[in-house]
Design a protein around this ligand. Structure first.
Ligand code: SF4
Length: 339
């Protein structure tokens, strides 16, 4: 697929105090991107677009290069101990994306250039723990989607390769993995690809790589010796979903050149909030996404936030069906969690 090329790029002035800020500036200088410096407030006000759809599209074509302040890591269960990020936002346009409610009306992509400061904090946090500490790199972004601009994922992979007591996990729907294949990762980064049934990818995962492209990239990552995994998310219940996911697992099992012994699966059923429904309906009018609260169960999350999840019986059936399909196609691969 075509790599993300921003239409406009805003730099925080302080970003140019860091080598990575200058590297990104040089990399983008020869492109068609319109480059501007932000003033001292760092407020991003120059993105055009009126109305929810145009604002969304213009935001998704905008990159901000900045410095991450207040570096701290939230916990990230069940996939890792902590999450950290060297980017936020994503050029993908998946309708169900959990970032819909996080990035404002014009959801620009932001990349951070002070990655050495982020690495120092990772070292500090990992040193305070007697066990191996696992860090998730993809909870605020899809880091591979901007890797050709920042190179930050490669730097992180090599950084974690130097740590005995920490591991990184990342996940992607993109496929530009070539720059990562020769890195000294020492098996300390688990690389997962996010997959779904053909129908869900086609209907809802706009501006991401095709299923076949993701599987090809997974083959390259496995051949380069990285621990490999797949996140099947969000799992939807729709007419014929069992066949849809059976086809996905069949295609995956036939297309993977080798199935590494420790290849993992993570399974996440679909859920949404009321505010996500409102935003998605404005950005994707007439969307076929199932956002009917009346057919869901209310689940209370952090700070009393209500999430609409599948009702108990439907959830249990979905779980049994997917686990049984994985048992058929990948009997030796561990399932890390189903949520
Ligand atoms: S690729 Fe991931 S982060 Fe990007 S829009 Fe899709 S779901 Fe969101």
């Amino acid at each position: 697929m075509k790599l993300f090329q921003p239409k406009r790029v805003f730099f925080e002035t302080a970003a140019l105090d860091y080598p990575l800020g200058n590297e990104i500036l040089n990399r983008l200088a020869g492109t068609e991107a319109e480059i501007q410096m932000l003033n001292s407030t760092n407020r991003v006000t120059g993105i055009p677009g009126k109305g929810p759809q145009q604002s969304f599209l213009e935001g998704k074509q905008t990159l901000v290069v900045g410095v991450k302040k207040n570096i701290h890591f939230d916990s990230c269960k069940p996939s890792a101990d902590f999450e950290f990020s060297f980017a936020s936002g994503c050029p993908g346009k998946c309708q169900y994306c959990y970032l819909q409610t996080h990035m404002g009306k014009k959801p620009y992509i932001k990349v951070y250039v002070n990655i050495d400061e982020i690495f120092a904090k990772i070292k500090e946090v990992a040193s305070a723990n007697s066990d191996i500490t696992v860090f998730e790199a993809a909870s605020a972004s899809d880091p591979l989607s901007v890797e050709h601009i920042t190179g930050a994922l490669a730097k992180s992979i090599e950084f974690f390769g130097t740590l005995e007591n920490a591991r990184m996990r990342t996940v992607t729907k993109f496929t530009n993995v070539e720059s990562l294949l020769q890195l000294k990762h020492l098996g300390h980064t688990r690389f997962r690809f996010s997959l779904n049934s053909a129908e869900i990818i086609h209907k809802f995962e706009h501006n991401t790589a095709s299923l076949q492209e993701r599987i090809q990239a997974a083959n390259k990552i496995a051949a380069a010796g990285y621990p490999l995994g797949f996140i099947i998310a969000p799992l939807f219940i729709y007419p014929g979903y069992e066949e849809g996911y059976a086809d996905l697992f069949r295609q995956l099992s036939q297309s993977l050149k080798n199935i590494p012994a420790d290849m993992t699966f993570e399974l996440i059923s679909h859920r949404f909030t009321g505010s996500a429904k409102k935003i998605i309906s404005e950005r994707f009018p007439g969307s076929a996404l199932d956002l009917d609260e009346t057919s869901r169960r209310r689940k209370y999350g952090k700070y009393g936030l209500v999430k609409y999840v599948y009702p108990e019986m439907a959830y249990v059936r979905l779980k049994e069906n997917i686990i049984s399909l994985l048992g058929r196609f990948f009997p030796a691969s561990p399932i890390e969690y189903f949520t």
